[in-house]
Design a protein around this ligand. Structure first.
Ligand SMILES: [Zn+2]
Ligand SMILES: [Zn+2]
Length: 475
């Protein structure tokens, strides 16, 4: 038998001891004493967490962008163009195209002529940080079919989805496997040992299914398609991910009942009709697939709930998820609870864009106080999952936990244990569709017990992972 002593977050309390027999956790309690003959690992007052789950990542794209040129630190169009002039861009080609990502300008996206003059004859594919706008150089524009070309090479809304799709489909299998290994290695390092991997195509899902047993993390695959037949034939139990019901606040495409403060004519875009959505929902329900969809503004959230209510017919839609659900209102929270919906949220969005002085306040005015009401959601009894939406923000469960505890809207903050549960037991509850979970399963990755020891707790800033112990290495 073995014992680990430390501070274990465990539902609403902190336990101090874990007893292990035969690679199975047989007790988690508050004793500090250890029976004779038991091997002890004492971490004192350090917080010891189960492996974390990131419940929303764009898996392959994250890995692809890790091989691309990161321009997230650049604030203006002119700075970006002079940065591009100085780069050896050939080092950042994904197959033929040079990918730039993470651009978050305070002014505008560059157009195709500006990009071409900064880097003549180089096909450049530049994405805005929120993934909802992109720009192409003239050389990249030439690669596109005529029907998705625009004169200035700047894209947003549904046409940009087509352009992104075109470039993603060009990526070959070897490049994808390299990307998968990059992101898995990175995730394990930051403690995210389970990943809900959103993939845009059935072919990519098949590649991930083939290689997932060789990765140092566990993956749960979501295919972002409405093709229920193909997804069901892969044996998956869910479908969707960031299938867009609306866009993002940054790109003025998330859709709300009220107009944008900095664009008063604009209330965003709904990408589906109710008829289309209901028929997708019915088909998925028929195949026992839970549907996850991207809805940020209250109008898009309303559409998901409204159509889900029609399909559920008074019953529950367990494991069905709204991704982001940032502007969900009280009435919608109650109806989501009644339907048994899960909300998949990204607390770090508040760290990057929330509060009175950042992008949400610019777009929404005083309604920055209405975003990401985690406290209300948990108090209503809704199951909340935490994610990064990586590549939008980096895979970093510790930053997510810290952000949920330090929400700029103080009334919506979570306790440390609640915030940790978003990245640990809640995803397991979602997956097993059970309120009570097996504690050994919570700590097991690829059949090995794993413990993540933090260098301190979350009181002041984001802690670091002190050590990640695998059962075998330790015992
Ligand atoms: Zn999304
Ligand atoms: Zn996403």
């Amino acid at each position: 038998m073995k014992a680990i002593l430390g501070k274990f977050p465990n539902s609403d309390k902190i336990s101090e001891r874990i007893l292990i027999d035969d690679d199975k956790i047989i007790a988690i309690d508050n004793e500090r004493t250890v029976p004779d003959g038991v091997k002890v690992f004492d971490f004192g007052d350090k917080l010891v967490c189960p492996p974390f789950t990131d419940s929303h990542t764009h898996f392959f794209q994250t890995g692809l962008y890790m091989g691309a040129l990161d321009v997230s630190g650049i604030a203006t169009k002119d700075e970006l163009l002079s940065f591009i002039r100085k780069q050896a861009l050939d080092n950042f080609r994904i197959d033929e195209v040079v990918w730039l990502w993470g651009f978050d300008p305070i002014d505008d996206m560059p157009n195709s002529i500006e990009l071409e003059s900064a880097a003549p004859n180089v096909p450049i594919f530049l994405r805005r940080v929120d993934g909802h706008s992109c720009s192409l150089s003239q050389s990249a524009l030439k690669m596109l079919p005529q029907n998705i070309c625009t004169p200035n090479g700047i894209y947003s809304s549904s046409l940009q989805e087509k352009v992104v799709d075109y470039f993603l489909r060009m990526v070959g299998e070897d490049e994808l496997i390299r990307a998968a290994n990059r992101v898995a290695k990175f995730s394990a390092k930051v403690g995210a040992m389970r990943i809900h991997a959103l993939v845009p195509y059935i072919e990519w899902a098949k590649i991930l299914m083939r290689i997932q047993n060789n990765l140092p993390i566990e993956t749960e695959i979501f295919v972002e398609t409405t093709d229920v037949e193909s997804v069901a034939s892969l044996g998956l139990r869910q479908i969707g991910g960031c299938i867009l019901l609306d866009g993002s606040f940054g790109s003025h495409t998330a859709t709300s009942t009220e107009p944008y403060t900095d664009s008063p004519e604009n209330r965003g875009i709904l990408y589906f009709t109710d008829e289309e959505l209901i028929s997708f929902f019915r088909a998925a329900l028929d195949k026992n697939l839970a549907v996850a969809m991207h809805a940020i503004g209250d109008r898009a959230i309303e559409q998901y709930i409204r159509c889900a209510e029609k399909v559920a017919n008074g019953g529950k839609l367990n494991r069905w998820r709204i991704e982001h659900a940032e502007l969900i209102n009280r009435n919608q929270i109650e109806r989501a609870k009644k339907l048994g919906l899960t909300l998949s949220v990204q607390p770090a969005f508040e760290k990057y864009w929330g509060g009175p002085n950042k992008m949400y306040a610019k777009r929404l005015g005083n309604r920055w106080k209405m975003t990401n009401h985690f406290r209300d959601e948990i108090d209503a009894g809704i199951l909340l999952l935490g994610g990064s939406d990586s590549y939008i923000t980096p895979i970093n469960p510790l930053a997510g936990i810290y952000s949920a505890m330090n929400h700029p809207n103080e009334s919506q903050r979570l306790t440390q244990n609640e915030a940790i549960s978003l990245f640990t037991d809640n995803p397991l509850k979602w997956n097993t569709n059970k309120y009570r979970i097996d504690i050994s399963n919570l700590y097991k990755i690829n059949d090995e017990l794993k413990f993540i020891v933090l260098d301190r707790d979350f009181n002041k800033s984001i802690p670091k992972i002190f050590t990640e112990i695998s059962g075998r290495n330790l015992f």
